[in-house]
Design a binder for this molecule. Sequence first.
Ligand SMILES: [Fe+2]
Ligand SMILES: [Fe+2]
Length: 310
Amino acid sequence: MNNKTDSLNSSMSISSADEGLKKIAIITEIRTKIQEVKDLPTLPSIAFEVLKVAGKPNSSTNDLARVMEVDVALTGKILRTANSAYYGVPRKIDSLRMALVVMGMDEISNLVTTASILKAFPDDSGSDDWDPKYFWFHSAAVAELTVGLYDVLNLPKSTGAYVAGILHDVGQLMLHQYFNKYRVACTDYSKKEDVPSFRAELELLGVDHGHIGAWLIQRWNLPEEISIAVAQHHIRPADAPQYGLATVIDFADRLFHKMYNRAPEKVIEELREDKEWREWVGSRASTTATLVQELNGRIERATRLLDIMK
Ligand SMILES: [Fe+2]
Ligand SMILES: [Fe+2]
């Protein structure tokens, strides 16, 4: 090795060591803030209780009603939603127990979580490149698409699917609220280099929004299934289960971007040609056309649900 190469190598290793140290400092800064700071958004305790009861296989509608009725404001909100045109129930639903019977425990539990999460993050005014309305629409649509994929692909039910779906990008919201200069730098990098946001985050910060969101979810003490799925929704270990929650969310997320504001015929055509998608779905869905129709309905639901809940 000649001197020139030597000095080149050592200057490269110093700069990559610098880069590494910089990333470690940023990761520590973000993690410390999310784990220790007091003014972070909190989830109302009723959301945990509801998730706990709804997740137990032998819970009854009465068990769930007992947990929920202590929160009068929340119960009122759920009844208002249940009686809205969104559900189109022909009879008036005038009690929580009736809502639970008509709509089912899963649906009510999803409504409670959505209401609690929206309350934890009161609207901010946004900025040129941050639109809170779009953020929540995307989040709710991915939650719907995640649950929709479990349905249409006939996958074994996952109780955390909706919550993990609605929280999958909460790390981006954390970056926006507490580390906006990092988020702006990542957005610029992603545009300039034409790479997805999580790649830009890994490159500049050393951690992606999936893991940042998972730190908040861990702090909230939500089930581990949810924090793992959110952490891994963009990058997973090679041995991650093929139909695990993180993978389903990842496909739901990509489907959203494919489907949003696009003609269904175009989407159907693209999915039929998408090798990765075809292999993943296998023979689990009846036809691509019915799948797209069902999932389009889910995106519709997210829009209407947010209109009622906000
Ligand atoms: Fe994401
Ligand atoms: Fe997303």
